[in-house]
Design a protein. Sequence first.
Length: 428
Amino acid sequence: MKWPRTLASRLALIFFTGLVLAYGLSFSLQAYERYVSSRSMMLSNLELDVSTSVAILDRLPAAERPAWLPRLERRTYRYQLDEGLSGEAMPSENPPMAADSIVKAIGDRYRLTFQEIPGPNAHFQAHLRLADGAPLTIDVTPAPVPVATWLPVVLLIQLAVLLACTWLAVRLAIGPLTRLVQAVDNLDPNSPGPLLDESGPREVRYAAVAFNALQARIAAYLKERMQLLAAISHDLQTPITRMKLRVEQMDDGLEKDKLWHDLDAMEHLVREGVAYARSMDSGTEAPCRVNLDAFLDSLVFDYQDSGAQVNRSGSAQATLETRPHALRRVLVNLVDNALKFSGAAQLEVGCENGVTLIRVLDDGPGIPEAELDDVLKPFYRVESSRNRSTGGTGLGLAIAQQLTQAMGGSLTLRNRAEGGLCAQVELR
């Protein structure tokens, strides 16, 4: 047997099957008891009715008997004032119960013979002679115990009620688990989601409380880690500055240049570390509405004034509610990344299905497909192109990713078919 894939469908199958089996057994027992009671009552009525009807016909004058036959006729048996149809003698073993009832009703007063009448509607006849010698035939057509016409409708309604109860029970049982799974899927250490509802059955409350506590511990741990990173990075700026002052007092030479270059690299790394730590707490900036086209033009003009090859195409023609400083930092990181590896950058902006799209394109070497997700992690560098000699720290894209998520958007990277990298920011 192949089980359904989901837990809800498995529980529904088990519950519904169990309820149907229990209901079927109960209904079968009740139906059998009703059948036995109805059969006994019908046979008792048959005995009484046959005894009375034969007595009436026996006492009536022969001329009046035909008029009484319609009055004495019933649904499953009737009376005939003739020899009846020719048929086969009924065997004495296992005769119909109706035949036994007729024998009990009049067998002690009349001599009875039974014959089975074959055909499409098989039935049997009981033959006897009245006191004046006139023949009388009792034609019996056995029929099953009648079933009420409303019974199938009631059965369907009861099955529908069972199905609805099963669905409701499974939904109530699976609902908290489904919410917990969704919360786990959406769990993001960088942007903690809403707390789970801590109401409901005891087990559900315990699970919700445990998950909320776990989410709070993760957030506290990350905040502490970022604070530590920010503190270390900030405190390193002071000794680096002192070291630079001392290097400036050294005589010009190769060693001075090397030390100065190393100190610049250290200072850049420390600043990026502080920036990344601050990006974890970017929610302190209040969102406001900005004209996106004007905002991007200002950014592009700043680059062009410094001699960088940065251009913009497309138009959003919309006012966007966002955090402008965080968005500027994201785009600056992406544009700087494009300028570093291709010497030029192209900004494209547009709107699709209510989502604002900003793309930063370059003609550089791109990134291997297997590492497109990894480069968004802190301190990750693609060694073949982004190494220490280029000034990369492995934090630029991580900061951009962190700030984009804080704004409620997403950052994705993909290689362009014509070569180079496309960094796409989606904002809603």
